[in-house]
Each structure stands twice: as structure tokens, then as C-alpha cells.
Ligand binder design. Structure first.
Ligand SMILES: [Zn+2]
Length: 61
């Protein structure tokens, strides 16, 4: 005996689950910089960032 783990860390499982969601395109978008001026496009944009994997996307208004 002695192979029973006394404690499982659910955080690791949650992290894995989150990355799986991200791989399938289900990102957890949060506003990183609201109403930032994009010089290339010459207009105001909102920068979104995934709080799990750090991926960014830019929304043009
Ligand atoms: Zn993500």
C-alpha cells in the first residue's frame, strides 16, 4: 500500500480543461485595453486578451 495520493490539486485539472477549451477556440476574453487608437487602421479599437492562454484579438469599432 502507500500508493494512495492524500491530496489532489484541482487547479491543475482546471488549467488543463481551460487549455483544452482554448484549443477549441473557446477563449476567455477580457478587455485588455479599451478604446486604444490603432495607428495602422486610423481608428479606435478594443484589445481583448484571453485570461487563460494570453492570446490577443483586436476589435475594430
Ligand atoms: Zn485562450
Amino acid at each position: 500500500m502507500g500508493d494512495i495520493l492524500p491530496f489532489r490539486r484541482p487547479s491543475l485539472k482546471d488549467q488543463h480543461k481551460g487549455k483544452t477549451l482554448c484549443r477549441h477556440g473557446h477563449h476567455k476574453w477580457v478587455v485588455d485595453k479599451d478604446k486604444q487608437f490603432d495607428v495602422k487602421q486610423g481608428k479606435l479599437v478594443t484589445v481583448w486578451r484571453c485570461s487563460r492562454c494570453g492570446k490577443q484579438k483586436v476589435e475594430t469599432r
